[in-house]
Ligand binder design. Structure first.
Ligand code: BTN
Length: 326
């Protein structure tokens, strides 16, 4: 019944009388009143005005299983949705579920992460109600050597989702940081379980800073959030829906050849480092060159002073702009 009330209020966009709700739901006024109070306890801001009825307040970013499920509108990604109000890390939780055999497309979302994982063993900030912290499960049939490209496909999907929901044009810092105004707004951590020739599963962990208004000192120069960039609220549930729908489209294109040939042009057009000088920090040493995009395997192409082109494999190196993060 709670869901039906929310649907009625959303549909109307204004006031709906208690009587109207009783009739539509076939329940008593007291039952409606109780359900409205429960909804308020769930985080929905519902105004009640004598002689007019109930109204759902605008801009109230309620984040729960139902809201996300309603926004998904996907054919497989996120159809099996698991929402945690609070957890350690969505990647950790999804790994446990994957081992138990949950299906491809299972999506774990958390309102708060207490032990979020970043790349290179770093921690990832996951404060309550301030971001999209989610992990998607894949069970691909292709060989493990193709898997490193998935993280680039995911970056395209996030960029598209953010564009759709905020109108902002994001860039991508190779391989998979999403960048706004020269700062990182989203990070992606892909983890997998493989055997010699096959993949058991892949977990794509996506962290989008949505409502973080202030970052710790050490991140202030390099991190940003959607609310800092837009000055507005962004619905996290709607954002998840947009990213998952975009993911389905890009992933289908990736699967045509199991490489980035169909996505390379689009990816390269979003690459913030393109045609700019980059510093490559490899284990074997540091060098600089001009970034010329990626090849169809997702490796970064760096043109050296003598015009030869070096291919940089993700995971092995860190790429920086010559003056800073981008
Ligand atoms: C990075 O270091 O850039 C990658 C950050 C990935 C963070 C996300 S948040 C959801 C998912 N769960 C985790 O523990 N990490 C990823």
């Amino acid at each position: 019944m709670k869901r039906r009330i929310i649907e009625c209020l959303k549909e109307s966009g204004g006031y709906v009388s208690g009587q109207d709700l009783c009739e539509r739901l076939g329940v008593s006024r007291t039952a409606v009143w109780k359900a409205v109070n429960q909804l308020r306890a769930d985080g929905y801001e519902i105004e009640a005005v004598r002689n007019r009825g109930y109204r759902l307040m605008q801009g109230n970013d309620v984040y729960n299983q139902d809201e996300i499920a309603e926004e998904l509108r996907t054919s497989w990604a996120g159809r099996n949705l698991i929402f945690f109000d609070e957890t350690d890390s969505t990647n950790i939780q999804l790994r446990l579920l994957a081992e138990k055999g949950v299906p491809e497309g299972t999506l774990v979302v958390a309102g708060q992460q207490n032990a979020g994982k970043g790349r290179r063993g770093r921690a990832w900030l996951g404060p309550r109600d301030s971001g999209v912290w989610m992990s998607l499960l894949l069970r691909p049939g292709f060989a493990p050597e193709h898997a490193s490209m998935l993280t680039l496909v995911a970056a395209l999907a996030v960029a598209q989702g953010i564009r759709e929901q905020t109108g902002l044009d994001c860039g991508i810092k190779w391989p998979n940081d999403i960048v706004l105004g020269g700062k990182k707004v989203c990070g992606i951590l892909t983890e997998m379980s493989t055997e010699m020739e096959s993949i058991h599963y892949v977990i794509i962990g996506i962290g989008i800073n949505v409502g973080i208004r202030q970052f710790p000192e050490e991140l202030r120069d390099t991190a940003t959030s959607l609310s800092l960039e837009t000055g507005k609220e962004t619905s996290r549930a709607a954002l998840i829906g947009a990213v998952m729908r975009a993911w389905e489209g890009y992933y289908a294109r990736f699967l045509e050849k199991c490489d980035l040939s169909t996505l390379n042009e689009e990816y390269s057009s979003l690459l913030v480092n393109k045609d700019r000088e980059v510093r490559v920090l490899a284990a074997s040493g540091e060098y600089t060159g001009i970034c010329r995009g990626i090849d169809d395997g997702g490796e970064l192409l760096v043109e050296m002073a003598d015009k030869s082109v070096r291919r940089v494999i993700s995971g092995e190196v860190s790429v920086r702009g010559i003056y800073g993060y981008v």
